[in-house]
Design a binder for this molecule. Structure first.
Ligand SMILES: Cc1cc2nc3c(=O)[nH]c(=O)nc-3n(C[C@H](O)[C@H](O)[C@H](O)COP(=O)(O)OP(=O)(O)OC[C@H]3O[C@@H](n4cnc5c(N)ncnc54)[C@H](O)[C@@H]3O)c2cc1C
Length: 405
């Protein structure tokens, strides 16, 4: 019987195990943690944003993108929803497409996965940290840095994640062994991370949470853009709106942000300016119809206007300055927070070394990959768990069904 070793019991490794076992493989699932799905437990702030109704290949950054296209054509968003429902995990989609378990409980999702691993008799080797992989004539030897005896498997699937949030187990420890086997490792950097900005520049708006349009520039060159919720913190900005473009920041020397606090509301605000041009209404109140009070006060101050200035006291130029400040608030970006604070890492196993259909290595036969260890990233909103589940299912099936050579 084919012995398939799977390193990493995160979402990718769990689903790979279940699918491979279904096809008759003898699955050995290894993880350095004491429990299965440690990171899954903290996803979506413990609510587990499982997938997104818009999870199609165009939403991902990967090169070549054909790898993502191939994986999603074999195990799509709809396939995942069906799979989860079959397992007893009911789901609910928010109006913006973010899909959660109906229980809103990541712990419940992990418990259900564990029950299925038990029922299928999948052997779990927890507290086993893989260190070396030694290719044999017809398989691999796995050596552990945690002192357990070496294990032989015919095929190996690596689902050991990236380097995000290393305290949860994914610390990039497999990359050295994989480089030793001839795999190119694209430099691993924090992604889906909060941005660091000059503390003074955002001090007065600390604590503000709002939706905004975000554009990242270097000099005049647009590097990326997104729209979403952002939160001003002490010397930083958090939230999906900035996290989605954070993977770009470490690639540039002097990036800067332009934040549009009135994205989609410019015409409405201009109409209010016109309608109340002769009114005693304070400008701050007019702005408050569209942006949080602290942002309105901040815009007045930055534009050199008194906080109690009335609409009737304003000239055309004043309103122009206010519009500019609200629609293109410019901030220097000093960097991204480190791996300890990010939800994902970019980089990892180069996709050119991978067969897009099966996710088998082109460098080392009988070696497969799934999940975040591959150089694929999606935005916030469930896209990355979808990738982990889809690639895990695909790699698990191909690894099991291709049998022993
Ligand atoms: C705080 C946080 C919140 C998140 N929320 C969401 C969300 O709501 N929705 C979403 O789509 N995505 C979310 N993500 C991202 C998501 O968790 C990852 O995309 C996903 O977990 C990747 O799955 P994976 O199976 O590839 O890797 P992981 O989940 O990282 O699992 C890899 C496993 O491999 C093990 N391992 C690593 N090295 C070794 C080794 N040498 N030997 C043995 N075992 C090893 C690790 O212990 C780990 O258990 C979040 C991430 C974080 C950090």
């Amino acid at each position: 019987m084919l012995k398939l070793g799977i390193i990493g019991a995160g979402p990718a490794g769990i689903i790979a195990s279940l699918e491979a076992k279904k096809l008759g493989a003898d699955v050995l699932l290894f993880d350095s943690n004491e429990v299965v799905g440690r990171k899954l437990l903290v996803t979506g702030s413990g609510r587990c944003n499982l997938t997104n109704t818009r999870a199609v290949s165009e939403k991902y950054h990967a090169s070549p993108i054909s790898v993502v296209e191939s994986v999603l054509s074999q195990f799509s968003h709809d396939d995942l929803i069906h799979y989860l429902h079959e397992m007893g995990i009911l789901t609910h989609a928010t109006s913006d497409g973010w899909v959660y378990p109906l229980s809103y409980s990541a712990a419940n999702v992990a418990n259900i996965f564990n029950a299925h691993l038990n029922d299928r008799g999948i052997e779990r080797y927890l507290s086993h940290k893989a260190q070396h992989i030694l290719p044999q004539k017809q398989g691999f030897l796995i050596q552990f840095s945690t002192g357990q005896p070496t294990v032989f498997v015919h095929k190996l699937l690596i689902a050991s994640g990236g380097k995000a949030y290393p305290s949860l187990g994914s610390d990039g420890s497999m990359f050295t062994a994989l480089r030793g086997l001839g795999h190119e490792i694209i430099p691993v950097q924090p992604a889906l991370a909060p941005l660091v900005v000059p503390e003074k520049a955002v001090k007065s708006i600390q604590g503000v949470r709002t939706d905004a349009g975000i554009r990242l520039f270097e000099n005049a060159k647009l590097l990326g853009e997104s729209f979403g919720n952002i939160i001003f913190t002490k010397g930083g900005i958090n939230g999906p709106g900035v996290m989605d473009i954070s993977y770009l920041v470490s690639q540039y020397q002097k990036p800067c942000l332009k934040i549009n606090f009135i994205s989609g509301h410019e015409p409405a605000l201009k109409e209010i300016f016109q309608r109340f041009a002769k009114s005693s209404m304070p400008l701050q109140s007019s702005l408050g119809a569209v942006v949080p009070t602290k942002i309105a006060a901040f815009a007045l101050k930055s534009s050199g206007l008194r906080t109690d200035v009335a609409m009737s006291d304003l000239c055309h130029k004043d309103l122009g300055r206010i519009m500019e400040c609200l629609s293109a608030f410019t901030l220097e970006v000093k960097g991204v927070r480190g791996f300890e604070y990010c939800q994902l890492s970019t980089g990892g196993i180069a996709l050119n070394d991978i067969d897009p259909r099966s996710l088998e290595s082109r460098v080392q036969p009988d070696l497969y990959f799934a999940g975040e260890i591959l150089d694929v990233i999606g935005p916030c909103g469930g896209f990355n768990l979808q990738w982990a589940f889809s690639s895990g299912a695909v790699a698990g099936r191909w690894a099991a069904q291709s049998g022993i050579a």
